[in-house]
Design a protein around this ligand. Structure first.
Ligand code: NDP
Length: 426
């Protein structure tokens, strides 16, 4: 575990921060950050279509998230103000309470082949069950390299969608090791289509992975001492109680749950983007999991442990994260992110990301039931307006202070304040 002195980190310049985290970085990664080396345009053009160039976003760090007794520095890529600060604040409090305890339930992907126009769906299901071993061999022969790596297809199940035209769905479980596995799963399921058509005497509709990765569930838990919520014991307990009520609100009301979960994904997405992971897939799986009980719910649960005076938090969601494959090896910033994380494997990365989600939720709920988030946000909004109005770095704090005094804060007001400020110092 590399030790970094984090003292005063937030108040330093990016250059000073870079030298502070130097022990975490390889020479190449240090060079990438020092010289702001970005994704090469030629590589970008090979990755996607119709490229005009590349697009940059702030690359930040959340220090000291303690997961399973190890402290991690976590790279965040986000354009949203206060996400990094909120997670850092929560991580600090949770670390003092013993950190996060995180468990991986399983780590397999699910591929689906849907078949239709089957005369006898029941006997088709029985035939598939009997031929399971042969079908798994066909799947594994389609992607032998993942089998060599210790992974591959492990099981096959079927279920029926009994509609006007019934659909027989064949689900294949695949261990994709360090990859997210979209291409591995799609190759295997495609390879199964002809045999399944013969076995079922039906037609295949499609073969594709499912992003509802219920075989890649991860749980993170924390137990926050009341004394870290407020010095005053009564106020601390009241705050804990309000966080529990906020969690109930999100469990019972989809309007609230949507915003509750958005806050969780503020952190999860930021790490997914930094590590080159497919954040759309992670979001899709997370939102589907949030709806597993028939209505859309908040992904976290907060409870009181009155005996030990602790606030207990828990999150469970599908996190089939990758450390290999996709664009991970192509983007120099992603390689820096993995250096900062000290090269975790896919399962460890998932435990860190689940913990980030819980930390982000704690910070959001604490702020919401306490002072509300608008005060802090208005300051950040004023900052954005000051920058948009064209303020120089040395002018920003004056313009922000002046804007905060205004009744209606907008770009026109920011421009007017900047103009009169510049006029006044002439
Ligand atoms: P890749 O196709 O890049 O596959 C990963 C490859 O990495 C493996 O095939 C393997 O190749 C290699 N590899 C090296 N080391 C390891 C290791 N230790 N464990 C596993 N594989 C290893 O990526 P994915 O299949 O993961 O697909 C991810 C991409 O697919 C993402 O970019 C995603 O956006 C995209 N996608 C997502 C979809 C979705 O619905 N979510 C749908 C379609 C695409 P080898 O063994 O041959 O060396």
């Amino acid at each position: 575990m590399t030790k970094i002195n984090w003292a005063g980190f937030a108040k330093k310049t990016p250059k000073e921060r870079l030298s502070q985290i130097k022990p975490l970085l390889s020479t190449e990664s240090f060079n990438v950050l020092e010289n702001q080396i970005l994704l090469n345009q030629d590589v970008a053009s090979q990755m996607v279509e119709n490229t005009l160039g590349t697009f940059s976003l702030p690359f930040s760090i959340v220090p000291e998230i303690e997961v399973n007794h190890k402290s991690y520095s976590v790279p965040f890529v986000t354009e949203e103000p206060s996400v990094v600060a909120a997670c850092s604040f929560a991580a600090k409090i949770i670390k003092r309470s013993g950190g996060f305890d995180s468990t991986i339930h399983n780590r397999q992907m699910i591929g689906q082949i849907a078949l239709y126009d089957i005369k006898d769906t029941h006997s088709a299901q029985m035939t598939i069950e009997k031929q399971k071993k042969e079908l798994l061999t066909i799947a594994n022969n389609a992607h032998p390299s993942i089998v060599k790596r210790g992974g591959g297809a492990t099981d096959i199940k079927t279920h029926l969608i009994d509609d006007e035209t019934p659909l027989l769905v064949v689900q294949v479980l695949i261990d994709t090791k360090e990859a997210m596995g979209a291409n591995i799963v799609n190759t295997m399921t495609e390879a199964l289509k002809p045999s399944l058509e013969v076995l079922t005497k039906g037609k295949s509709l499609m073969a594709i992975l499912s992003n509802y990765a219920t075989e890649s569930l991860v749980t993170a838990r924390c137990a926050i001492d009341y004394r870290f919520l407020n010095r005053d014991k009564i106020k601390a307990r009241e705050l804990a109680k309000k966080i529990v009520l906020a969690s109930t609100f999100a469990k019972k009301d989809p309007y609230r749950a949507s915003t509750h979960n958005k806050g969780i994904f503020n952190g999860i997405d930021a790490v997914c983007i930094a590590t080159g992971n497919d954040w759309r897939a992670i979001e899709a799986g997370g939102h589907a999991y949030a709806s597993r009980n028939g209505s859309y719910e908040g992904l976290t649960t907060w409870q009181l442990d009155e005996t030990n005076e602790k606030l207990l938090g828990e999150i469970t969601l599908p996190l089939p994260l990758a450390t290999k494959g996709g664009s991970i090896g192509l983007n120099p910033s992603v390689l820096v992110a993995f250096d900062i994380l000290e090269q975790p494997d896919a399962k460890t990365l998932a435990t860190i990301v689940a913990s980030v989600g819980l930390a982000q939720n704690f910070a959001a709920l604490r702020a919401l039931v306490n002072e509300g988030i608008q005060e802090g946000h208005m300051k950040l909004h004023a900052r954005s307006l000051a920058l948009l109005a064209g303020s120089l770095p040395e002018e920003v704090s004056f313009i922000v202070d002046a804007l905060l005094q205004e009744k209606h804060m907008n770009l026109a007001t920011a421009k007017k304040i900047l103009e009169s400020y510049r006029h006044s110092i002439l």
